[in-house]
Write a protein that binds this ligand. Structure first.
Ligand code: ADP
Length: 255
């Protein structure tokens, strides 16, 4: 097992697209085992922040660190080597492969391989494959989908695919897990299950950065909430503090 990670820290991060500052001086800190909610109106910079942390975008200013290590390298796969895993707003699933295969892929992404290289190289050795398969079955069990292991992924419902994506991300045994609107399109029952799952993951020591529109889920399960507005941090604090924060209430919660 990898040594306990330090805190994930963003310090004054700026990224502009053609002159428009999508995020403008964002500070953010996630501790191991913490569920950290990132909320804000549409266009406030939530996804951009997540894309910067996961290595999809390079910030033009600022500093990002995990413990004492700077996070600099550009490729998302290098982030995986640091123990940072993510899911996407739209699940990225290989429809023709089984659910189990989709999850197994998560365990083989490393600092060198791209998603495609990883898929084509799978399996390299029988022993690796057995080990990988075992881990993937455990990951599916953790998200409650073990009964769908051998189904073709394109037969699953959208909501089920969200859980498959989380299972795949768990295969990296991530120090930090970044979730981009995991509750979108889920029923209230499924959102409850998602909330319990995220909390169970955090109790194992994984820090979770959660971008989410469902305010209830955010306030139920987060230890800390950061609110973005126009690419800047409007407020940061416990759910109890954020709920009553004047500017947040008027800018975002609409009460
Ligand atoms: P949120 O996730 O909070 O809805 P985003 O991070 O998607 O916000 O967007 C923040 C701002 O950056 C918006 O004004 C958006 O239009 C802009 N933006 C985001 N991604 C891009 C991009 N790839 N190219 C140009 N502008 C972008």
């Amino acid at each position: 097992r990898r040594p306990a990670p330090g805190r994930l820290r963003l310090d004054n991060i700026m990224l502009a697209f053609g002159g428009v500052r999508a995020i403008d001086g964002v500070d953010l800190e996630v501790a191991p085992g913490e569920v950290h909610g990132l909320i804000g109106p549409n266009g406030s910079g939530k996804t951009t922040t997540l894309n910067v942390v996961s290595g999809y975008y390079q910030p033009q200013q600022g500093r990002m660190t995990l413990g004492d290590d700077p996070l600099v390298s550009g490729r998302p796969q290098a982030r995986a080597a640091f123990g940072i895993a993510r899911t996407f707003q739209t699940p990225r699933i290989i429809g023709e492969a089984t659910v189990l295969q989709n999850v197994m892929i998560g365990g083989t992404i490393d600092g060198r391989a791209t998603f495609l290289e990883t898929l084509l190289a799978l399996p390299r050795h029988h022993r690796d494959e057995r080990h990988l398969e075992q881990a993937a079955r455990l990951a599916l069990e953790a998200v409650g989908l073990e009964m769908l292991a051998s189904a073709r992924a394109d037969r699953l419902q959208h909501s089920e695919l969200r859980f498959v994506e989380i299972a795949r991300a768990l295969m990296l045994r991530p120090a930090y897990l970044l979730l981009d609107e995991p509750a979108a399109g889920l029923s209230s029952e499924e959102i409850k299950r998602l909330g319990s799952l995220i909390q169970a993951i955090s109790r194992q020591g994984t820090g979770v950065l959660l971008v989410e529109h469902h305010a209830d889920l955010i306030f139920d399960i987060c230890d800390h909430v950061t609110v973005l507005n126009l690419g800047r941090v409007l407020a940061s604090g416990t759910p109890a503090e954020i709920r009553v924060h004047k500017e947040v209430v008027s800018a975002y919660l609409g009460a």
